[in-house]
Write a protein that binds this ligand. Structure first.
Ligand SMILES: Nc1ncnc2c1ncn2[C@@H]1O[C@H](COP(=O)(O)OP(=O)(O)OP(=O)(O)O)[C@@H](O)[C@H]1O
Ligand SMILES: [Mg+2]
Length: 237
């Protein structure tokens, strides 16, 4: 059963995510090939690279939202492609994905967090309470009754972050998750990621610069692996 997002104490034990000989080609452009990497429990991977090099595509592959053109993405030792039905749903719930342009639905901010919690079986009152705690943790509790579609870019990003972390997923996938934040708020979100790593969770973070690396490292004492994406090479047809 779900717990409140205490961000401390309890250990998290996420499955390992592994890319084996993965290639991705989108719209006639080969973004990468022969990619092997592993994200183990407690590990932190930072993905860097120029715009259009395939960073977001990598996160979509890791999340099982996109199938590789070659190779396999394994979660807990099994290819995403082989997970179906309930197994797939339950694996997906181990992931907290903050998309580069997070989508919120036409409802209050509180409902944007509480409704997915109810889908996971939490009673209505408890879902609201847990959602409120998560909003407070990222400094947006004052927005709880606002329509989520009216938020600023930075507010939307923090609400999406709260929504992703509230069920305490073992694996975080964060796509430029502080790019709309001022320093103080970026620190707050990065501190939560550091706590997640200290608790044994894994995190894959797409970034444009290395500024966040020092900050998360200082707070978590975890050294990142770094994956640098190169310019995509158009494939010959
Ligand atoms: N569904 C798609 N169909 C065709 N091309 C796509 C598709 N999705 C992404 N692309 C292309 O693949 C390339 C990589 O996209 P991706 O979003 O992964 O880049 P990125 O590294 O995240 O860039 P940015 O830093 O700008 O967010 C881009 O050239 C993009 O236009
Ligand atoms: Mg991107």
């Amino acid at each position: 059963m779900m717990r409140a997002p205490s961000h401390g104490g309890d250990r998290i034990d996420p499955p390992e995510v592994r890319c084996v000989d993965v290639a991705a080609t989108l719209g006639g452009t080969r973004l990468f090939r022969a990619l092997d990497l592993e994200i183990a429990p407690g590990q932190w991977l930072t993905i860097l690279g120029p715009s259009g090099s395939g960073k977001t595509t990598m996160l979509r592959l890791l999340a099982g939202l996109l199938e590789p053109n070659e190779g396999d993405v394994l979660v807990g030792g099994r290819p995403w492609a082989r997970l179906r039905g309930e197994e797939r749903v339950s694996m997906r719930r181990k992931f907290g994905y903050v998309q580069q342009q997070p989508g919120l639905f036409h409802a209050t901010v509180l409902e944007n967090l509480a409704i997915p919690l109810r889908w996971r079986g939490l009673p209505r009152d408890e879902a609201s309470e847990v959602a409120r705690d998560a909003l407070a943790a990222v400094g947006v509790d004052h927005l709880a009754s606002k329509n989520a579609l009216t938020l600023s870019g930075g507010e939307r990003q923090r609400v999406a972050f709260a929504r992703a972390i509230v069920p305490r997923p073992g694996i975080l996938l964060l796509d430029e998750f502080t790019n709309h934040q001022d320093t103080e708020r970026a620190d707050l979100l990065e501190g939560i990621v550091a706590q997640h790593l200290r608790s044994g969770g894994s995190a894959t973070v797409v970034a444009h610069d290395l500024g966040h690396v020092d900050r998360i490292r200082r707070a978590s004492a975890v050294d990142p692996k770094v994956c640098v994406m190169a310019w995509a090479v158009p494939t010959r047809t």
